[in-house]
Design a protein around this ligand. Structure first.
Ligand code: ATP
Length: 272
């Protein structure tokens, strides 16, 4: 999902229990939460606290959710921007916004900054047709300047998300910048079952609902698709005047979401 344009130091009440599956990613992220909670414990022994991590994985797999949960667990404010918000900006505007963002973050530290779709500003030089290269480079340079301008003890953790780590400018991946990568994959069957359980919580389901079967019927689905199915199924059942959501409603919802995904893929790859 799209990060709000400049979510500014919002208080978050999402925690790790809202994030299903992603067990390995959670372990890595918990380490970072601990840096935010007790920086001294680490710096006392002379270690340098990392400033950021790159969350790598396909759309809708929970990267934004995990970044938010991190802020929620550490009970620190959450700032977010999307790289795509910087596309088509006038000269100087992108760099100015990056400067503003970090200024506010420093005032509210400890905090988490989340940069969604970082590839939109962080592509290696000369590879982005969407933004004039000069302006994109200004924005990227400002981001690098800001990242170098504070130390790990400041208590600012920057998480950035991408599904194209291969196109990123290597300057972003250097030590002291996004030198850690956390991979966020599409869920396996167990992961999907757990994601269904999270999103079924607010829904009145029939007693005969078979969650394992739902997980079986949704290979390749991301968390966002599963959230979507649960909501669709509730709406379908309500439209039929039912007082609980049944397996058949979920099956209809799955068919709809598959239909939607097929359409989307057609638009993405017009060659087919
Ligand atoms: P994008 O790259 O498109 O921004 P993303 O990886 O950041 O996607 P999110 O925005 O975190 O994905 O996920 C969208 C929604 O899908 C979440 O708000 C949540 O409702 C649901 N979702 C995704 N992954 C999970 C998960 N692992 N557990 C529970 N819910 C999930």
């Amino acid at each position: 999902s799209k990060a709000q344009l400049f979510e500014k130091g919002t208080k978050v009440n999402i925690t790790f229990k809202d994030v299903a599956g992603l067990d390995e990613a959670k372990v890595e992220v918990m380490e970072i939460v601990d840096f935010l909670k007790s920086p001294k414990k680490y710096t006392n022994l002379g270690g340098k606290i990392p400033k950021g991590a790159l969350l790598v994985g396909p759309p809708g797999t929970g990267k934004t959710l995990l970044a938010k949960a991190m802020a929620g667990e550490a009970q620190v404010p959450f700032f977010s921007v999307s790289g795509s918000d910087f596309v088509e900006m006038f000269v100087g505007v992108g760099a100015g916004r990056v400067r503003d963002l970090f200024k506010q973050a420093r005032e509210k530290a400890p905090c988490v900054i989340f940069i969604d779709e970082i590839d939109a500003i962080g592509r290696a030089r000369g590879r982005n047709a969407m933004m004039s290269n000069d302006e994109r480079e200004n924005t990227l340079n400002q981001l690098l300047v800001e990242m170098d301008g504070f130390s790990g003890e400041t208590g600012i953790i920057i998480l950035a998300a991408t599904n194209r780590p291969d196109v990123l400018d290597s300057a972003l991946l250097r030590p002291g910048r996004f030198d850690r990568q956390i991979s966020i994959d599409r869920p396996d069957i167990k992961g999907r079952e757990d994601i269904f359980k999270v999103h079924l919580k607010p829904i009145k389901t029939s007693q005969t609902l078979d969650i394992f079967k739902l997980a079986e019927q949704t290979p390749g689905f991301a968390g966002a698709d599963i959230a979507n199915i649960c909501n669709e199924a509730a709406l379908i059942a309500a439209r039929k005047g039912k007082d609980s959501v049944e397996m058949i409603d979920f099956q209809d919802a799955i068919d709809r979401v598959i239909g939607g995904l097929e359409k989307k893929n057609k638009i993405i790859s017009p060659d087919e």
